[in-house]
Design a protein around this ligand. Structure first.
Ligand code: ATP
Length: 341
């Protein structure tokens, strides 16, 4: 796994002490970078199944199909291409990360979770090497036939055309990612390292970036039916009892237009916490009474009713404005018409 570099013993340095990417590379540095990459491996996907994602039925199928194509045996003499590089875009909290996790889970992939801005600020000056190490390690993990998925969140952070030193390192990292993606594509053989980008600001991605991703997929605000599904998922997954004579997921969905999956999850948590507070008013006193008393206490729950959501919904302003919501769809249309980035 470790690449042998030059003789220079310069160590990989965090922010304060950065140098440019073109200095020779020692074994210790290679090792340090590799350790950093191993920390990006995330086992969250093993806990995310398609059923944990509300709505998006057609897209889930499309993802299964194209990743299936990328993994299945190809008959001799025929070239079949699945998706190796895709970009999810859309408002924050709509399930982009969840989808990437579900794909990784189903393919038993090693999942490298990269937050673009975070790694570049931590390893300033090393971004190009960090990326080549990332792809090298990812490739190494494919040796037993399992794919590796490199999930790059906040992809737009690498593409903003502002000046400054930080910007330079972002651009180095972007150039390194694009060349890794290109490098694989040119080999003409099946590649088990797949890149999934995600962004809330697709309009910051330029044509050079977009052209590297076979598909750009809008993960939009959930429709009414999807919202009902998301309410069900978030209440049922926690085993919270629901009074179905009073509470209807469809009605909750109608009252929560423009809410994202993340906001619905938050709402369910808030309402559940209120119910627990109401049912268990003695908990603070029991904590004061000592560890044994609180450990002997069993939490009381009651079924949630429609009315429990009314207070939480009152005056709730969705995080995504109507204009923002349209902006994503308009951008997607402009790009497919060839008028966008
Ligand atoms: P960001 O763009 O801010 O990174 P994201 O689109 O990647 O957000 P996720 O991280 O996938 O959003 O979702 C955040 C949380 O919101 C999830 O952990 C889940 O609790 C909830 N959520 C979002 N979308 C859905 C969905 N379609 N079904 C169920 N839960 C969802």
């Amino acid at each position: 796994l470790i690449s042998k570099g030059g003789m220079d013993s310069k160590r990989v340095k965090p922010v304060e002490d950065h140098e440019a990417d073109d200095v020779a590379f020692s074994d210790e540095e290679a090792d340090a970078l590799e350790q950093q990459i191993l920390l990006l491996i995330d086992d969250t996907p093993s806990r995310v199944d398609w059923e944990a994602i509300g709505g998006l039925g057609a897209l889930k199928n499309e993802l299964k199909f194209h990743y299936g194509l990328a993994m299945a045996k190809v008959p001799d003499g025929i070239e079949v291409e699945g998706w190796n590089n895709i970009m999810f875009y859309g408002p924050p909290g709509t399930g982009k990360t969840l989808l990437a996790c579900a794909v990784a889970n189903k393919l038993s992939a090693t999942f490298f979770n990269v937050k673009a801005s975070q790694i570049v600020s931590k390893w300033v000056g090393e971004s190009g090497r960090l990326i080549s190490t990332l792809y090298r390690v990812a490739r190494k993990f494919t040796r037993d036939g399992r794919p590796s998925i490199i999930f790059i969140d906040e992809f737009d952070a690498l593409c903003k055309s502002r000046g400054g030193e930080g910007q330079l390192y972002h651009q180095q990292m972007l150039a390194a990612i694009l060349s890794e993606i290109d490098g694989f594509a040119q080999k003409g053989k099946r590649d088990l390292v797949m890149t999934i980008g995600a962004t809330n600001r697709p309009w910051d991605l330029d044509a050079a970036v977009l052209s590297r991703f076979e598909r750009r997929i809008l993960i939009d605000l959930p429709c009414t039916e999807a919202r009902a599904d998301i309410f069900r998922i978030h209440l049922e997954s926690k085993g919270i009892p629901v009074d179905h004579r009073s509470l209807s997921y469809a009605r909750l969905a109608e009252e929560t237009e423009r809410l994202t999956g993340r906001e619905i999850a938050r709402l369910c948590k808030e309402v559940t916490a209120d119910m627990l507070g109401e049912m268990n008013p003695d908990i603070p006193a029991l904590v004061d009474a000592g560890l044994k008393r609180i450990q002997d206490y069993e939490i009381k729950v009651r079924a949630l009713k429609q009315g429990d959501f009314s207070a939480a919904l009152e005056g709730l302003v969705p995080d995504t404005s109507e204009a923002d919501a349209h902006h994503y769809a308009d951008w997607g249309k402009a790009v497919s018409d060839g008028k966008g980035a």
